[in-house]
Design a protein around this ligand. Structure first.
Ligand SMILES: Cc1cc2nc3c(=O)[nH]c(=O)nc-3n(C[C@H](O)[C@H](O)[C@H](O)COP(=O)(O)OP(=O)(O)OC[C@H]3O[C@@H](n4cnc5c(N)ncnc54)[C@H](O)[C@@H]3O)c2cc1C
Length: 441
């Protein structure tokens, strides 16, 4: 049964990942009629952990306190008195001298694997969560009639007859009609292709790939000790870096080990590799890093792609708006891709709640586009630069002092941002636009 709607329009969310589900929760809260069309037979996340910093957890709460509560139920919350994003250590033996020394700080020698610097995070609820746990919790907050499964979107057209409605066509031959479609269908988004054209929508290889794995905490403690297994660590080096952080209430250590290659030709982005290749990628790294790598069970390689900057997140005919990875898929080097999707949902949900006529949908999406594009596109660009910095490929090269100086400041714009101020600005523009009744594009 459809819930009573406070609005004379209905929306199609294409894709039920973190963004699609979060948007659905926001729309449901505002009594906005909608459905989620998901290509898979059920909701599900592949991959391992995902981290959220306090600004993103606060945004979850602004959308619905139940999302924050769900996150807190499963996240491994890290020390909140002096929070650290990562403890940074040099993991690559090639940076050490014959005595294993990589730097001298305050008259002391810093050896390979020892703490180089602490990358301070912000105080507040933050931490890592297993993707599957987060998704399961989000699903619980969605009324059961909203999701439609096995609905792979293939095309969207305008319904005609002057209604401006959109018709969604699915691979199973069925169709659905709504006032607008919101594409939350991830990096390989079909909605993005419809808005931008195939060429502009195409993701590009970032030059980096990752091995991802989970190590039971007892085993991780055996390998790297209490301190390094139970708090987030970043081991840096030439053309690679390795991240570890606890998830699932500290019962698992999540590992993402990055490496580089110039191009990616395989049509698959996740390929089976071999233990030999994985070991060889880190053969010049420290015993600790090599031990972490050998404890990873599956040597699958994940190619890391990102989007080039989209000229728009919105088109008016047929009416489609993009959110999350479909709009701005980023590499994961600032741990903020999903967080940016959550921010999209907050702004979009609140703007949609503020209008009461279908005629204002175009204006709403246009304002969302104006407010969200600069920040989310900046993430894509700076994330790529982040990997280069951690992997001695930026202008700082392998100057550890310069790297530290740049690192500790470069996340301020993400973590100290006021999303509430963005919303106020967006609502201001929207109200003015509605008052002056600007013609649609
Ligand atoms: C290694 C790695 C580590 C990361 N770590 C972090 C982190 O710590 N913190 C963080 O904030 N972010 C992180 N990210 C980024 C984050 O994972 C993504 O930004 C986020 O999951 C994107 O969510 P989404 O819902 O927008 O897209 P997706 O998760 O890709 O969901 C898209 C959904 O749409 C469905 N779909 C696709 N095509 C169609 C279609 N044609 N029709 C219908 N349905 C369709 C899919 O089945 C899927 O369910 C990381 C990414 C990677 C690769």
């Amino acid at each position: 049964m459809e819930s009573l709607s406070s609005k004379p329009f209905s929306l199609a969310i294409v894709g039920g990942g973190i963004t699609g589900l979060t948007l659905s929760i926001s729309l449901a809260k505002h009594n906005i009629r909608h459905a989620i069309y998901e290509s898979a037979a059920q909701f599900g996340e592949i991959g391992a952990g995902v981290g959220f910093e306090p600004n993103f957890v606060r945004t979850m709460e602004l959308i619905d306190p139940a999302i924050k509560a769900a996150f807190l139920r499963h996240a491994e919350l890290t020390d909140n008195t002096k929070p650290s994003w990562f403890t940074v250590r040099v993991g690559d033996m090639r940076k050490a001298d014959s005595n294993g020394v990589v730097a001298r700080k305050n008259g002391k020698e810093v050896k390979i694997g020892e703490k180089l610097f602490q990358w301070p995070a912000r105080i507040g609820p933050r931490g890592g969560i297993h993707r599957a746990h987060l998704l399961d919790e989000l699903v619980k907050l969605i009324p059961p009639h909203i999701p439609k499964f096995n609905k792979r979107l293939v095309d969207i057209t305008e319904a005609g007859g002057g209604s401006r409605d959109v018709v969604l066509y699915f691979a199973d031959g069925t169709t659905a009609r709504h006032s607008a479609a919101i594409g939350c269908d991830g990096i390989k988004s079909r909605t993005r292709e419809i808005v931008l054209g195939k060429e502009e929508a195409r993701p590009v290889f970032s030059g980096k790939y990752a091995y991802r794995g989970l190590i039971p905490m007892e085993k991780a403690v055996e390998i790297v000790g209490e301190e390094e297994s139970r708090s987030p660590q970043m081991y840096i080096g030439y053309h690679g870096h390795v991240l570890t952080f606890p998830i699932s209430k500290g019962s698992i250590m999540n590992v993402v080990a990055f490496s580089s290659q110039e191009s990616w030709t395989d049509p698959q982005w996740v390929i089976q590799s071999s233990r030999e290749r994985m070991d060889s990628d880190y053969s010049s790294w420290s015993p600790t890093v090599r031990a972490i790598i050998s404890a990873m069970q599956k040597p699958d390689i994940w190619a890391l792609f990102n989007h080039t900057p989209a000229r728009t997140y919105f088109q008016s005919r047929p009416r489609i708006c993009l959110a999350g990875d479909a709009a701005h898929a980023s590499t994961p080097h600032q741990g903020a891709g999903a967080g940016m999707g959550v921010e999209d949902c907050y702004i979009l949900g609140e703007l949609l709640a503020a209008i009461s006529r279908s005629e204002d949908l175009d204006k709403t999406f246009r304002v969302y586009n104006e407010v969200r594009r600069p920040r989310s596109l900046k993430l894509v660009e700076t994330s790529r630069e982040g990997a280069m910095l951690y992997e001695f490929e930026s202008s700082e090269k392998d100057d550890l002092e310069a790297i530290e100086k740049t690192c500790v400041k470069r996340m301020d714009w993400i973590w100290d941002h006021s999303i509430k101020a963005d919303l106020e600005r967006a609502l201001g523009i929207l109200n003015q636009s509605i008052r002056s009744e600007q013609p649609s594009l």
